[in-house]
Structures are given as structure tokens and as C-alpha cells.
Design a protein around this ligand. Structure first.
Ligand SMILES: Cc1cc2nc3c(=O)[nH]c(=O)nc-3n(C[C@H](O)[C@H](O)[C@H](O)COP(=O)(O)OP(=O)(O)OC[C@H]3O[C@@H](n4cnc5c(N)ncnc54)[C@H](O)[C@@H]3O)c2cc1C
Length: 423
């Protein structure tokens, strides 16, 4: 294979968006994506819910990355370039006393800015048919569930078809001339001396080095620059080089419950003058995604302590029974005896310091990772920032002409503000 100018390792949504912006802004360069799967977008991108959030972030970085991306996707849809099936059903964040106390000022700001409205428990039970009052329910008390005091409804949030976002960037990549090399696993990054001396065991510790390319299924693929966009698997390529990428993989699982009988009525319920059921986020990490198109609910519960780090992505039926089902049936008794018809798991590439993506350079390499549970909704912005970072630009131009300082998401001079509204 002839030498390439840029190799992007990993064909998830972030690798694709990065490759697209690199090639479209540097048409003279040869750019390839190397993906070990049989197609692009089959890693954790394919496990995503496709949820997107607008208006209800406190952190500037989150807001800018998500909102410019969603606006970009919306315009791509409006122009007829793609159809992403964006369903703006809204996010409903249920607040008990404890959660309300923690986010009170943030909620006030969202309300003042008109980003969300507050629903009282009566509306939640009458219109959305959920149980909000656990008074006298000893079991609920033992489980630590407390009464829902309010629901914060943010109408500009929803979910989209992730596969279609992948296809959009895949097509864009092909159209601008990015080569997609599929079914090839990169075993390692190839470290070489900048000035080879032709002596054995180079590079020696005293030599200046660069990443000269990658070794993929035994084949050496030389490249001028390498972008590592392997999501949760990034440490596998960087640890052997002694480069820290500051992320750990954490398993997240989804369970599909077919909507039959009472659940079908719940799924097709409308409220507030015809709105469909929103995505719902409960205080203990439980969330429910109503999927009219699949006639099903997707349910999940985010666990932190006790869930070890690792790349295992086998779904656990017992996790549903032990952890998801008990609170689910308390908030929504309509789920009584509901069992998943299918399930899957993936891993978040988590940066536990500040929860934000990492886009940083070392030698002639760029690392793009750490998008945790929001990589799809931030993908366009991350792709543009990756291009700017790879070419040493100070600013990336995001959708709508928003200027973003690239160093904010780097390692040195990193500047990300804390997100106070974590779902
Ligand atoms: C259960 C779940 C729900 C989620 N829900 C949402 C949501 O609602 N909204 C949202 O925005 N985000 C969500 N996310 C997060 C989102 O899926 C990720 O942030 C995003 O997909 C990350 O993209 P990526 O390209 O970094 O990773 P990936 O899609 O995992 O891509 C990495 C790619 O690298 C490839 N690869 C790895 N190692 C090698 C190698 N050595 N050689 C070649 N190829 C390699 C893999 O095969 C993979 O295709 C969710 C994630 C999970 C797991």
C-alpha cells in the first residue's frame, strides 16, 4: 500500500466525522480510515440510543458541541442530504427532593431562559401516567425511592437514528475521497526514529521519534499523521507507547420491552395537546426511551459504584431483573412482569476527571476519545475540532460559524467547565 498522508484508526462516528473534515479541508491529502469491523459504525456508535440534548447543559463546552452538531444535522436533513428521523419528543427529568436541592439554581436558570418547563406531580401522574407518590409503600422506601416533586421538561431534546448519522458521514467520506479500509485491525502504532541510523533495535531511547504509521493485520501502513479514534479501545493502542489517554471503559446496557396491552396504551399516550411520550430520566439512573417506531420501550439504568471498568460488552439478563425492573415497575406499574425481548450492551469511553471528550496531540498523532454517553450528539463538532487540532490550528470553526478554541479539549491548557446537570 502506498504511503498515506493521514490514517484515522477507528471507523466509529468520531473517526468518520474527523476523517471527513480532514479530507474535505485538505483535499490534496490522501486520507484513510482503518476499521477492524466489517463496516463502519459498528462499535459503540451502534449501541447508542441516539439521544440528543439541547438547552439543558450548564457547561459551555457541552452546550456548544451538542447544539452546533444538532443544528448541523437538522440543516443536513432540511437540505435533503439525509433523513435522520429526528424525533423531538423532549427530555423529562424527574426530580425528587434530593435531586431538586442539588440542581435548584440550574433549574431556575433553565426556566428563566425558557429552555424548559416544570411539571407538577399531579400533571405527571394524570398526563404521563407515572407514579410519583410512594407514601406508605414500604418496599419503595426500602429501595430508597422518594416521591417525585417535579418534572423538568425540555422540549428541544429527543433522539435520532444513529445508523443514519453514520451513513451520512460514511457517504460524505466516500464523496470527498476518504478511503475506507474495512476488516483490518490495527495491532500497534509504528514508532520510528525521525532520523533512522539503520542500527538494530531502533528507536533507541535517545533518538527523537515519530509515529510512522500503523501495523494492521501484519501489514505496515505508513502515514504522515495518525489519528487514533478507537473510542473505548484507545488504551490498547496507547498504553504500549506509554501515552495516557485518560479514559476508562464502562459498560452500559439497554433492554427492549415490547409494548403490548397496557404498555401499548402508555407508548401511544399523548399529552400537552398531542405531544408523544418523552424520554424520561429518573433520580436513580433509570431511564426510559419510548420507541413508537419499534412499538417498544428501551430501558436502562446507569450504574456507577460496583460496575468495574472493562471492555466486556455482553448484556446481562440478571442486571435487568435485579436492577432495572424493581424501580421501573415502581414508577410505572404498567411494566408489571415485563421482560426484555432483546438487549445489548456497549461501553462508554469515560473521562472521569471532567466527563468531556479529549482531543489532544502527541508527536505527529492525534487522539480523539472520551465522548462517554454523548459522542453521537457531539460528533460534528468533534470532527471539526479534530481537523483543527491535527493541523495545529488555534480555533475550530463549528457549524454556524461558532469559533471554538481547540486547546479547551486538549490535555495541556485544558479548560472545560463543570457540568452541573448530569442526567
Ligand atoms: C448503551 C449506550 C448508549 C449511548 N447513548 C447515547 C446517546 O443517547 N446519545 C449520544 O450522543 N451518545 C450515546 N452513546 C455514546 C456514543 O455511542 C459514543 O460516545 C460514540 O459512539 C463514540 O464514538 P467513537 O467513534 O469514539 O467510538 P466507537 O463507535 O466505539 O468507534 C471506535 C471504532 O474503533 C474500532 N477499533 C477499535 N480498535 C481498533 C483497532 N485496533 N483497529 C481498527 N479499528 C479499531 C472499533 O471497531 C469501532 O468501530 C451511548 C453509548 C452506549 C454504549
Amino acid at each position: 500500500m502506498p504511503d498515506l498522508d493521514v490514517v484515522v484508526v477507528g471507523g466509529g462516528i468520531l473517526g468518520l466525522a474527523s476523517a471527513y473534515y480532514i479530507k474535505s479541508l485538505h483535499g490534496e491529502l490522501s486520507v484513510a480510515v482503518i476499521e477492524r469491523g466489517r463496516d463502519v459504525g459498528q462499535g459503540n456508535t451502534a449501541r447508542s440510543v441516539g439521544g440528543y440534548r439541547q438547552g439543558i447543559f450548564t457547561s459551555y463546552v457541552n452546550r456548544v458541541l451538542a447544539e452546533t452538531t444538532i443544528q448541523h444535522l437538522r440543516e443536513a436533513e432540511a437540505s435533503g442530504e439525509t433523513s435522520l428521523n429526528m424525533r423531538e419528543v423532549g427530555y423529562l427529568i424527574l426530580l425528587d427532593d434530593n435531586r431538586l436541592k442539588n440542581v435548584e439554581t440550574v433549574v431556575e436558570t433553565f426556566l428563566k431562559e425558557g429552555k424548559a418547563i416544570l411539571l407538577n406531580p399531579e400533571t405527571l401522574s394524570e398526563k404521563l401516567h407515572m407514579r410519583t407518590d410512594f407514601t406508605g409503600d414500604e418496599e419503595a422506601m426500602l429501595m430508597g425511592l422518594s416521591n417525585i416533586k417535579a418534572g423538568l421538561f425540555a422540549p428541544r431534546c429527543g433522539f435520532l437514528d444513529v445508523e443514519k448519522v453514520v451513513n451520512l458521514y460514511k457517504k460524505r467520506c466516500i464523496d470527498v475521497g476518504v478511503e475506507l479500509i474495512l476488516g483490518k485491525r490495527v495491532e500497534k502504532l509504528l514508532l520510528e526514529p525521525e532520523n533512522p541510523l539503520g542500527i538494530p533495535r531502533e528507536p533507541r531511547a535517545w533518538q527523537k521519534v515519530r509515529v510512522a504509521g500503523v501495523v494492521a493485520d501484519g501489514e505496515v501502513i505508513k502515514a504522515g499523521k495518525v489519528v487514533v479514534a478507537t473510542g473505548s479501545w484507545t488504551p490498547q493502542l496507547l498504553d504500549p507507547l506509554g501515552v495516557d489517554c485518560f479514559i476508562k471503559a464502562k459498560k452500559r446496557q439497554l433492554f427492549v420491552i415490547s409494548a403490548e396491552g397496557e404498555l401499548q396504551r402508555l407508548l401511544t399516550n399523548t399529552w400537552d395537546g398531542g405531544r408523544p411520550m418523552p424520554m424520561m430520566f429518573f433520580p436513580n439512573g433509570l431511564y426510559i426511551v419510548p420507541r413508537m417506531s419499534d412499538k417498544a420501550f428501551w430501558v436502562s439504568l446507569t450504574d456507577e459504584f460496583g460496575r468495574g471498568f472493562g471492555l466486556d460488552d455482553e448484556p446481562e439478563p440478571s442486571y435487568y431483573l435485579d436492577n432495572v425492573y424493581p424501580p421501573l415497575v415502581k414508577y410505572y406499574p404498567q411494566f408489571l412482569n415485563a421482560r426484555p425481548s432483546s438487549m445489548w450492551a456497549g461501553t462508554y469511553s469515560m473521562n472521569y476527571l471532567d466527563g468531556n471528550p479529549l482531543i489532544f496531540r502527541f508527536l505527529n498523532c492525534l487522539v480523539v476519545t472520551g465522548a462517554s454517553g454523548s459522542g453521537v450528539m457531539k460528533s460534528d463538532a468533534i470532527g471539526r475540532i479534530a481537523e483543527a487540532a491535527l493541523f495545529g490550528k488555534e480555533y475550530a470553526m463549528l457549524h454556524g460559524g461558532v469559533k471554538f478554541e481547540v486547546s479547551r479539549l486538549g490535555v495541556e491548557n485544558r479548560r472545560v467547565d463543570k457540568e452541573y446537570f448530569i442526567l
